[in-house]
Design a protein. Structure first.
Length: 94
C-alpha cells in the first residue's frame, strides 16, 4: 500500500491531536465521565461545543489537504457558526 505524501504534511500532523482530543472529550460527555471530559485540561471539564469545534476543525484541516475541499469548507463554516453562537451566548448572558 502506497501512502500519499500529502497526508503527512504539517497541518495534518497538527490536526490529528485536535481530532483525538475532541473525540475523547465528546465520548466523556456522552458517557458522563468527568475524567474523559477533563482529559489534558487540568481537571476542568471541557464543554461539548468546544469538543465538537475541535473535532470539526481538525477534520476540516485534514480534508483541506485532500480532494474534499468543498466538505472542508462546509465544516469550517459550521465551526464558525458554532463559535459565533457560543460567543453570542456569552455576550448576551444566555
Amino acid at each position: 500500500m502506497k501512502f500519499n505524501r500529502d497526508f503527512y504534511s504539517i497541518p495534518v500532523l497538527l490536526a490529528v491531536p485536535a481530532i483525538g482530543f475532541g473525540l475523547i472529550t465528546i465520548i466523556g460527555s456522552l458517557f458522563n465521565s468527568v475524567y474523559l471530559q477533563s482529559f489534558l485540561s487540568a481537571g476542568h471539564p471541557v464543554k461539548f461545543n468546544t469538543s465538537l469545534v475541535l473535532l470539526l476543525s481538525g477534520l476540516s484541516v485534514v480534508l483541506a489537504q485532500t480532494r474534499h475541499k468543498t466538505l472542508s469548507m462546509a465544516l469550517a463554516w459550521f465551526v464558525f457558526l458554532i463559535s459565533l453562537i457560543t460567543i453570542s451566548e456569552h455576550l448576551l448572558n444566555l
